[in-house]
Structures are given as structure tokens and as C-alpha cells.
Design a protein around this ligand. Structure first.
Ligand code: ADP
Ligand code: MG
Length: 480
């Protein structure tokens, strides 16, 4: 669409594939339009966040509906992806004709934010502390907490009611018996939403409380920076001076030696002082790789609240709630279509909804199911092959009250071996992986072992009704 300028073939920084055309022309229409998107976003997220995260983004190519945006560092890319990607996609769809997708490419030469701005943005989010930085901290807080992530906007169903109840109780300031609260759930199922809801609620009730919400990446970044400037004491004091410390996605900390150690010490100190901690991860404490054993057992002493895959009904409710929140209408049949098709990840489902809304606004008429199918082709294809062997193993382990390590272990005792075979059977049935690939994912087993496991289950299924029911349940959970 925006052809012209110097088009060269270049190597994708992320995948190494050589197939993209890059438009180096300076004054392209899409680049200008993207500056408009940035301006709109600035109004939405405020100056500080804008300067740190969005200002460095440059539109560098637009090809076949894909807008390619360069980002100076991986860290900024990840941050933008988790925090702003949906808003950016929505704005791009609305402001750049034909824009269906946005991709972020880390490009070393891209513009970096001024050092001071970047450093400021990495400060932990801390609020209402008595010192002079309070105003700035409040600004930081508002840029880091998504105002939509409240308890009111969270739709409760069987799969998340425990996590929701625990989060609410904790935010209410009543004495809770669990510490830490560990929210465990797959990607896009509401962990971050619940954590931020705790922050919103706790701060609304008791503004003097010091509530810190950080991604594990940010925690790591902070800590490494403190190490470099030999300022670890100040950092520790800072973190230890909080009332509620929330660290999101701690699977990213695990395995990183010094940070994990530091995390452990901080964590223990806070618990000993009776400070409340909330953590999230995509795995249960027992399944986090490279986690200090002492930390693992301490984590296990709190409340581990799992968030399971959503049911169809819950997804439909969530879609209705999102429409209401955005004050947009979408035909019920289209919502039902989305809830039925995009099953594993609420974030993705929401992204699809946003795309449809943007489109409906552009063309000025309601979307039909056929229209949605057409507009979401890429997403639907991706959602269809989302099931991974790991997902299956985790679901099976959960179902039978085992640990991931049991599923992968060489142990042959029946209480472990049978569920393992169930997992093999499901891996064969629900993924496209070959038997040798499946074997590798099951602790390096031979493909003949996998065949044996699959046949065994097929055979048992004929007569064993409990097993058939288990497998049916598991299939539904795995599919979302
Ligand atoms: P996670 O941190 O587990 O990857 P998020 O908390 O970022 O997931 O959720 C992804 C998106 O899905 C967010 O926009 C969030 O608001 C939405 N979402 C997830 N679960 C629910 C729910 N039960 N009700 C409303 N929105 C939800
Ligand atoms: Mg999250």
C-alpha cells in the first residue's frame, strides 16, 4: 500500500527470517499516521509513561496490512507488548487504512529514550509515601496500573473464583491468614488484572498504604541497576518499606541466580515483618524451574490460588462486560463466535473484539459472524494450534494431583504412570507433534514408549468409564 522509497530485504532481528520489505523512505504516510497514533496514546497514558515507552517507537514499514514498529530494546518491546499493544493496535486499525496487525521489532539503531526518563520509568511503583517524590510516584502509579483492571471489571466464574475471593479479601485490609498469595494461571487469564485490582482497591481504602506492584522483569532490572551503582542497600530498604508487595510473573526471576537470591531475602524479610506479598506465575511453585528450595517451600506455605482456563459461558460474560465497559455494541452471535473460537487466552479474545470494534466503526455498520471470521483469520489460525504438550502435562498433573516433575520422571508406579500415559494420549490426540517429539517432551522417552502409552489408554477407554470421564474433562480444560 505504502510502496515506494528504498525497499530492501533485511533480516528479521527476532526470527532470522529474510522476507520482509522495509521502507526506508522518510516521509511516508503510514509513518505520519503512526505519529498520530502516538499522540493519541500520549493523551491516554500521560507524559512520563509516554516518554519512556511510546516515544521511542518508530513505524518503519507497512506491508500487506502489517505495520512494523521498531523498538530500541527488548525490554521496551516486552513492556510495550504487555501494556500498550492492544491500545496501539486499536488506534492503528482506526487511523491507518488497511492496518490489520502491528509487529514490534527490536532494532539496535532505533531511538532510545533519554537516560533520565528511562531510569525514572523503571522506579518501582510506590505510592503515597511521605517524601517529596510522592507526586512523581503517583504519576508513576497511574502510568503503571491499568485503570480498567479493577475488581468491578473482573468477571467471576468457577475457574477464577478462589483467586478473586482471595484477592478481594486481601485488598480489604482485613487480616488474612495467607501470606503470600500466589496467583497461578496460564497466559492471559487475569493474573495481572487481579493484582492491579488489589492495588486499586487497597489504595482507595487506605491511601496511606504503600503498595508496590512490579513485574518481575522490572524487579530484576531495578536490582541489577542497584548492583551496578552499588546501591543495593537503598534498594532493599525501599522494597522492604512497603505494606503490600506484588510481583507479577515471577517465572521470569527464577533461574537468575543473584536476583533470585535477592528476591528470597527480601521476601523472607517482608513475611517476617508481617507484610503482605502477592506473587503471580504461570506455574505452581513446585513447578517453577531453578527456584531456591527454601523459597519454594515458603511459597507453598501461603495460598496458591489457581486460575484455570475459562469456560465458554465465562468468556461470553467477559466479552459482554468489555463491550459494556467500552460502551460499544456487538451482535450477540459475533460474541458467541469469539467465545467459541478463541478459548485459551482472554487477552487474545479481547484483542479480537477490539479489532472488530475498530473495524465496525470504520465501515459504519455492524459486524456479522462471516465478517468476523474474515477479519480474524490470522488470530483464529493461531488460536487453533495453541495447545502445547506442556499445557497438557500441566493439566493432567493438576487433575491427578501430581507435580509436573512426576509426569516427566522415570518412575513407573501406577499412580504416576497412568496419568503420564493419559498425558501422552492427549498429546497425540490434541497436538500435531510427532511421536519422537512427544517422547522428548516426556523426559526424553523413546517413541515406542509413547505408542505403548497411547495404545494402553485407548484400550482402557473401552471399559473404564472413570477414565473416559477424566479424559473428557481434561480435553475440555485443555481446549479452554
Ligand atoms: P495474565 O496476567 O494472567 O496474563 P491479564 O490479567 O493481563 O492476564 O488479562 C488479560 C486480559 O484479559 C486483560 O485485559 C484482562 O482484563 C482480561 N481478563 C482476563 N480475565 C478476565 C475476567 N475474568 N474478567 C474480565 N477480564 C478479564
Ligand atoms: Mg500478566
Amino acid at each position: 500500500m505504502f510502496e515506494g522509497g528504498n525497499t530492501i530485504v533485511h533480516k528479521d532481528d527476532e526470527t532470522g527470517s529474510v522476507n520482509r520489505s522495509v521502507n526506508l523512505g522518510g516521509d511516508s504516510a503510514f509513518a505520519n499516521a503512526f505519529e498520530g497514533v502516538k499522540a493519541a496514546l500520549k493523551a491516554d497514558i500521560g507524559d512520563t509513561a509516554f516518554r519512556s515507552w511510546v516515544a521511542p517507537l518508530c513505524a518503519r514499514a507497512f506491508d500487506a496490512g502489517t505495520l512494523e514498529i521498531s523498538v530500541p530494546t527488548r525490554f521496551i518491546r516486552d513492556w510495550v507488548r504487555t501494556h500498550y499493544a492492544e491500545r496501539i493496535a486499536r488506534l492503528c486499525a482506526a487511523q491507518i487504512a488497511g492496518c490489520a496487525r502491528v509487529e514490534y521489532i527490536v532494532a539496535a539503531g532505533a531511538q532510545k529514550p533519554a537516560a533520565a526518563d528511562a531510569a525514572r520509568a523503571y522506579e518501582p511503583v510506590i505510592t503515597a509515601n511521605e517524601n517529596a517524590a510522592a507526586a512523581e510516584a503517583a504519576e508513576n502509579l497511574s502510568s503503571a496500573l491499568d485503570p480498567r483492571f479493577t475488581f468491578e471489571n473482573f468477571v467471576v466464574g468457577a475457574s477464577n473464583e478462589l483467586a478473586f475471593a482471595a484477592a478481594k479479601k486481601l485488598a480489604s485490609g482485613e487480616n488474612v491468614t495467607f501470606n503470600p498469595l500466589f496467583l497461578q494461571g496460564g497466559v492471559g487469564l487475569g493474573k495481572t488484572h487481579l493484582m492491579q485490582a488489589i492495588a486499586h482497591d487497597a489504595l482507595a481504602r487506605t491511601p496511606e498504604k504503600r503498595v508496590v506492584y512490579m513485574s518481575a522483569e522490572k524487579f530484576m532490572y531495578q536490582f541489577v541497576r542497584a548492583l551496578r551503582s552499588r546501591d543495593t542497600m537503598a534498594f532493599k530498604e525501599y522494597v522492604r518499606g512497603v505494606d503490600i508487595l506484588m510481583i507479577d510473573d515471577i517465572q521470569f526471576i527464577c533461574g537468575k541466580e543473584s536476583t533470585a537470591q535477592e528476591f528470597f531475602h527480601t521476601f523472607n524479610a517482608l513475611i517476617d515483618q508481617g507484610k503482605q506479598i502477592v506473587l503471580s506465575a504461570d506455574k505452581a511453585p513446585g513447578d517453577l524451574d531453578g527456584l531456591d528450595d527454601r523459597l519454594r517451600s515458603r511459597l507453598g506455605m501461603g495460598l496458591v490460588a489457581g486460575i484455570q482456563g475459562t469456560s465458554y459461558e465465562l468468556r461470553l460474560e467477559i466479552l459482554r462486560a468489555k463491550c459494556a465497559l467500552m460502551k460499544r455494541e456487538m451482535p450477540e452471535a459475533v460474541l458467541a463466535f469469539l467465545a467459541g473460537k478463541i478459548t485459551s487466552n482472554v487477552r487474545e479474545m479481547e484483542g479480537a473484539l477490539n479489532r472488530l470494534i475498530a473495524h465496525a466503526e470504520l465501515v459504519g455498520r455492524a459486524i456479522t459472524v462471516e465478517g468476523a471470521e474474515e477479519l480474524l483469520q490470522d488470530l483464529l489460525r493461531a488460536a487453533g494450534r495453541r495447545v502445547t504438550i506442556e499445557d497438557i502435562q500441566r493439566r493432567v498433573a493438576d487433575h491427578y494431583n501430581l507435580r509436573m516433575t512426576d509426569i516427566l520422571s522415570p518412575r513407573r508406579a501406577r499412580p504416576v504412570a497412568r496419568p503420564r500415559q493419559v498425558a501422552m494420549y492427549l498429546a497425540k490426540a490434541l497436538t500435531e507433534h510427532s511421536l519422537p517429539e512427544i517422547g522428548r517432551k516426556f523426559g526424553g522417552r523413546d517413541h515406542t514408549t509413547i505408542i505403548h502409552g497411547v495404545r494402553k489408554i485407548e484400550e482402557l477407554l473401552q471399559a473404564d468409564r472413570q477414565l473416559a470421564a477424566d479424559i473428557e474433562t481434561l480435553k475440555q480444560r485443555i481446549a479452554g
